[in-house]
Design a protein around this ligand. Structure first.
Ligand SMILES: C[S@@+](CC[C@H](N)C(=O)[O-])C[C@H]1O[C@@H](n2cnc3c(N)ncnc32)[C@H](O)[C@@H]1O
Length: 512
């Protein structure tokens, strides 16, 4: 297992990677973590010194490969429009370097669109993974069925999509959440309901029906007045709901909201769905022409990895390739509101899903009591205590928590949920790292893609802090690949605290 590539404690992921000269590399190393020296950053500086020697600035991965951008052009992997996804190339590179091959079992704790699982399946590698959002199930089922579709059937479906007309007396509309009401022009809301019902009741095979559903799901944002924008759902200024809100504001003597979003001409469902489905048929024809088949199992569980992973046996996993939600306040249950509503999730269930996500939003509540109960239920209280003491004793995390509390007391944090989110984020990840250590085979490697973040002028080195916690749970830190392209700061942070470029990294650990 990857024995050849480990030399003197240094893991060569890219033997031919260009090494950049020291002066430039030093720019990636931070020597100040607290803007205007507001709070002590001694522990973060020590951590920077500790892991700097295993940090490599790389050109081999770039913003495109760790994001969905490359997948957009990638046959099969583009089937779920998931902006949070990483590319298949990234997974391929990591599998090669970890020397994981046919018959091995790889885990992705945060599957999203299923990129890791699909790359594995195409190579005969078995996989197991989790996600709390129902879009994953739809996407993974559609993708893993790629060799089972009948092309003739899919072509009939495409013809049906092109010719289907909504009866004049059809009045049903697609379901919505409070945050998505008014998202579609009324005709399109009816079209979504009608197309969905028509295909669900049709004689087509279950996998063809699932593919249509996925294509409708992918069309939702395009035909709506909404725009996915990080923490929330943005709206086109022409949306009747937005016009009405502004009218009422003006009537009440308030200024209207400034909104410059304009999506241009919105396609109809028929237009968007035809394009989506035609592209999928093209991908199926291409992949089936290669006369291949999946020779691997792909086990997906809809649920939180924090609890589900307990069911996995010790020492069974050959590698982990994943990307958790970042600690950046992005709320998947808001940005994917249209998709969740379409899949039948109601307002109450959305709230529950939000709390199942790894703490990554300001609304996340602590999961500590739930985790404690869970460890009691599975008879592993000692393991729970061990993880809790790792987290509570971590000097870097304590420094960060202290800094954020002090910034908050100084009125610099506009939402107290940030403190709870940061604390919960690392606590929950510590539980996961500890479980990953248990389930990994000796020699297995773990790769996490993540972004560093900054709140109220306090830099949180997510890559190094995660590595530190993982090391305390038993892993050997092997390498921290950091992209040459770093992340900027919000304009508010820049104006108030100056600019600090933030690393985007892939941390690699090994169970020796
Ligand atoms: C960055 S995305 C992963 C994208 C994936 N690598 C891909 O290529 O599509 C993180 C995913 O973690 C999922 N997630 C968040 N909390 C989770 C939890 N507690 N258990 C399982 N999945 C979770 C989110 O729903 C989201 O799909």
């Amino acid at each position: 297992m990857a024995g050849k590539t480990i030399i003197n404690n240094s893991f060569i992921l890219f033997p031919d990677a260009e090494w950049i000269d020291t002066i430039k590399a030093e720019e990636w190393k931070l020597n100040s973590f607290s803007a205007n020296n507001f709070y002590s950053d001694e522990e973060r500086i020590k951590l920077e010194e500790k892991y700097w020697p295993i940090t490599e600035i790389t050109d081999k991965f770039n913003r495109q490969s760790v994001s969905y951008q490359l997948s957009k052009k990638d046959c099969l992997h583009r089937w779920l429009k998931y902006k949070e996804g990483f590319s298949s190339q990234l997974v391929k590179m990591l599998l090669d370097e970890f020397e994981v091959g046919e018959g091995d079992l790889v885990m992705d704790p945060f599957m999203g669109s299923g990129t890791t699982a699909l790359v594995c399946a195409l190579r005969g590698i078995n996989s197991i993974g989790y996600d709390v959002l129902p879009m994953s199930k739809l996407s993974i089922l559609a993708k893993t069925s790629v060799y089972n579709y009948s092309i003739i059937e899919l072509q009939q479906v495409l013809e049906d999509i092109k010719t289907l007309e909504i009866p004049d007396n059809y009045t049903k509309c697609t379901p919505f959440l409070s945050i998505t009401s008014g998202a579609y022009p009324e005709t399109e809301s009816r079209a979504i309901a009608y197309y969905t019902e028509y295909f669900a009741e049709s004689q087509y095979s279950d996998i063809a029906k699932n593919l249509v559903k996925l294509c409708i799901l992918n069309s939702l944002e395009k035909i709506s007045y909404t725009i996915k924008s990080g923490q929330y759902l943005g709206w086109d200024h022409r949306c009747p709901k937005i016009i009405e809100i502004n009218r009422l504001r003006v009537e009440a003597g308030k200024k209207p909201f400034v909104n410059k979003n304009d999506k241009g001409v919105l396609p109809t469902l028929k237009e968007a769905l035809t394009l989506e489905f035609a592209q999928m048929v093209e991908d199926v024809i291409f992949l089936q022409s290669k006369d291949s088949a999946f020779n691997a199992t792909c086990k997906y569980t809809e649920g939180s990895v924090l609890f589900e992973i307990a069911k996995v046996h010790d020492n069974t996993i050959s590698g982990v390739i994943t990307s958790p939600p970042y600690c950046n306040r992005y709320d998947y249950t808001r940005t994917y509101g249209l998709e969740l509503a379409y899949l039948g999730v109601d307002d109450n269930q959305v709230k529950q899903l939000r709390q199942k996500l790894l703490s990554c939003t300001v609304e996340s509540k602590t999961k500590i009591e739930m985790l404690k109960r869970h460890y009691v239920d599975i008879g592993r209280q000692d393991d729970c205590e061990k993880v809790l003491s790792i987290v509570t004793d971590n000097k870097v995390l304590n420094e960060i928590k202290g800094a954020l509390r002090a910034r908050n007391a100084n009125g610099e944090i506009n939402n107290k949920g940030v403190l709870r989110m940061v604390e919960g984020y690392f606590m929950e990840l510590a539980f996961l790292y500890s479980e990953l250590f248990r389930v990994c085979k000796p020699g297995a490697h773990v790769a996490f893609v993540n972004d560093n973040v900054r709140y109220a002028g306090e830099v949180i080195p997510v890559d190094y802090l995660s590595t530190n916690i993982a090391e305390q749970t038993g892993f050997k830190p092997v390498k921290i690949y950091t992209l040459r392209q770093q992340k900027g700061n919000s304009s508010q942070q820049m104006a108030k605290y100056g600019r600090v470029a933030l690393r985007k990294s892939i941390t690699i650990w090994e169970k020796e």
